[in-house]
Every structure is written in structure tokens, then in C-alpha cells.
Design a protein around this ligand. Structure first.
Ligand code: PMP
Length: 352
């Protein structure tokens, strides 16, 4: 793209061993940058050698957290082709989130073009081993050096890329989840529907305490009644109760997940009854008592589907189904990853 400048790196890093990639520690040779100011708008899109940013210590992002990010993956199929999955939705979500944070949004079509171009430049970094991917991290930060509390006047957009290992390298093992009745992730009217760094800062302590108690993640409840299910860790939540699949509605405090939308679409195509409706801990305890809590799982870009085998609420343990990965969870996982890696046909126009 002629309007994305390219400054190639003088030296290239050796590619890592694909067996030990882990998550988010290794970065590629180049990154993408663009800047915003009031006169020029978004401008100066450029792919440059990967390296530290230079920020004024008074930059607004460092003080008031005016920041949001995205999480996307590029997949290499067995045919060698590199595919992006529904990335336009991430670009639209970032534009909507930016507006909530008083950050001038980037045109989603241009953001998609910038990401595509960076991945094209770095395509040799998309790993080949099964289940691996190139993780894409677009980020928007307020850079203006000013300590007054108001929206900043200058911003930087950057995209870094990180080859990541298979999430389920040791096979899918359903997790135990702590239903969090003390800490709250987000309240309606707040930032919960935005991928703002602030939400993740708010979630850390609950996550650490749950891990100490032997749980993989927390299940977040609503901020007012502490009864209504919201999300699970950094994933959207689905429950199969009897013959109904329930997922909490997008009420402003949870993220509009791309995988959530994908799961709803597929489940409906398969004829499942899917309800986007509020679901409370009371309903789930009753369903469990009747033996109707058949599946619980999280959906997200990182794991795709994360099955839950047990919920712990105030010391009470609710075992989900037979404690193994459920039938719908398995079918969703196989179908979504099948499409992402080009093993199943893309009949819905989800790939680029
Ligand atoms: N909720 C939160 C809080 C998240 O961080 C994520 C990960 N982006 C999700 C849900 C799942 O969203 P997606 O399916 O778009 O990855």
C-alpha cells in the first residue's frame, strides 16, 4: 500500500523453536505505527523495525489510562496459506471502544488494511506447527504530555505481532472456576464493553486470589446484585441448561466477543436454541440440582472454547455435566478451528 511507508529492519531475528513459543513473549522484526493530531487526523502509517517507543513521562496514557487494545490471530493452514478470521469485527470493535474513551477512532477499513499489510510483511513469522498462530496486538494510546484530566490531543496507534504456541498443547482439560462474589470487573455504564487496559487492571487481584485457591479463573457477577453472570476470566460465557444454550446479553458491561458471535451463529445454524438473556447464580444452582447443568464454557480468541468442569460459589461446588468437555463445546471447537486453519470450507465469508 503506497500510503503505508515501509522501513525494513537492517537485521532479522532468528525464528524461534515452534515447540516452545508460549504466549506473548517473542516479537517479530517489524511493528506498525500511526499518529493522530488535531490538524492532520490519523496520519503517518508506517511499518518500521520493532523497538521501544519514546514517550514523554507526562503522556496521558501513563496517568489516566486512556488506552485500548485488540487481540487477533493469523493462522497458517496445512496448505501454507495465512488466514485472518473475522478481523473486520475487531477493527469495528476498536473504533467503537475508542469513541467511548474519547479517542478519535481509526476507520475500520484502514485498520484492517494496516494489519493485513503488516502480516504480509511478517508472513514468515506465522508458525506452522498445529495449533500455533501469529498473535496480533493493535493498541491505541494517548501520548499528549499534559497532566490535566481531559481527553488528550495526540495519540499513537501501534501493532505488534507475536508468534504463539498452541493453547491446548497438552489437550483440552476442563477448568475449575471461582464465582467471584466480592470483586467486580465492570459496571453497566462503565468500560466493561471496551477492551480498555483499565478493565484488565481491575481484574488482576480477583484472578490472583482465585488461582491461590486452586481455580483457573473467575466468573464475574454483575456489579449491583452480585447474582447475574457476566463473563468468565477474559472470555464470554455460555451455559447449556437442559435443551437451551444461554449466554449473557450485551448489556454494556461485557465485551462483544468475536468468538461469542461466531458460537451463537454456528449453534443457531445447527438448530440449537440459543438465548441471549440474563442468567443468575440462583438459576444455575437450581439447574444443577435438577441435573440439567450440561455444559459451561468460555469463548475467546486465545482458547477458542474453554470448557468448565466445576463452578465454586461461596464454598459450594457445582460440577458441570460429567466433568468432561461437552458435546456442543467440542463441536464448536472443532468447527471454529477447522475454519481458521482452512480445513473446513469458509461458507460464511469469515476468512481473509
Ligand atoms: N471478554 C473479555 C473481557 C476479553 O478480554 C475477551 C478477549 N478479547 C473476550 C471476552 C472474548 O472476545 P473475543 O472472542 O473477541 O476474543
Amino acid at each position: 500500500m503506497s500510503h503505508i511507508q515501509f522501513v525494513p529492519a537492517a537485521t532479522r531475528k532468528p525464528k524461534p523453536d515452534e515447540g516452545g513459543l508460549g504466549f506473548g513473549r517473542i516479537f517479530t522484526d517489524h511493528m506498525l505505527l500511526a499518529d493522530y493530531d488535531v490538524d492532520k487526523g490519523w496520519h503517518g502509517a508506517r511499518i518500521v523495525p520493532y523497538g521501544p517507543l519514546s514517550l514523554d513521562p507526562a503522556a496521558a496514557v501513563l496517568h489516566y489510562g486512556q488506552e485500548l487494545f485488540e487481540g487477533i490471530k493469523a493462522f497458517r493452514g496445512g496448505d501454507g496459506k495465512v488466514r485472518l478470521f473475522r478481523t473486520e469485527k475487531n477493527c469495528e470493535r476498536m473504533a467503537a471502544g475508542a469513541a467511548r474513551l474519547c479517542i478519535p477512532p481509526i476507520d475500520p477499513a484502514f485498520m484492517l488494511e494496516m494489519i493485513t499489510e503488516l502480516v504480509r510483511v511478517e508472513q514468515d513469522w506465522v508458525p506452522r506447527a498445529p495449533g500455533t498462530a501469529l498473535y496480533i496486538r493493535p493498541t491505541l494510546i494517548a501520548t499528549e504530555p499534559f497532566l490535566g484530566v481531559r481527553p488528550a490531543k495526540t495519540y499513537t496507534f501501534f501493532v505488534v505481532l507475536s508468534p504463539v504456541g498452541a493453547y491446548y498443547a497438552e489437550g483440552i482439560d476442563p477448568v475449575r472456576i471461582w464465582v467471584e462474589a466480592k470483586y467486580v470487573r465492570a459496571a453497566r455504564g462503565g468500560l466493561g464493553a471496551v477492551k480498555a487496559g483499565a478493565n484488565y487492571a481491575a481484574s488482576l487481584l480477583a484472578g490472583e486470589e482465585a488461582k491461590k485457591k486452586g481455580y483457573a479463573q473467575v466468573l464475574w457477577l454483575d456489579a449491583i446484585e452480585h447474582r447475574w453472570f457476566e463473563e468468565v476470566g477474559t472470555m464470554n460465557l455460555f451455559l447449556r441448561i437442559g435443551d437451551e444454550v444461554v449466554t449473557p446479553p450485551l448489556g454494556g458491561s461485557i465485551l462483544d466477543g468475536v468468538t461469542r458471535d461466531t458460537a451463537i451463529t454456528l449453534l443457531r445454524e445447527w438448530g440449537a436454541k440459543v438465548s441471549e438473556r440474563p442468567v443468575s447464580i440462583d438459576e444455575v444452582r437450581e439447574a444443577h440440582a435438577r441435573g440439567e447443568l450440561r455444559e459451561v464454557f468460555g469463548t475467546g480468541t486465545a482458547a477458542v472454547i474453554s470448557p468448565v468442569k466445576e463452578l465454586c460459589y461461596h464454598g459450594e461446588s457445582l460440577v458441570v455435566g460429567d466433568g468432561k468437555m461437552g458435546e456442543l463445546s467440542r463441536r464448536l471447537y472443532d468447527t471454529i478451528t477447522g475454519i481458521q486453519y482452512g480445513k473446513l470450507p469458509d461458507t460464511r465469508g469469515w476468512l481473509r
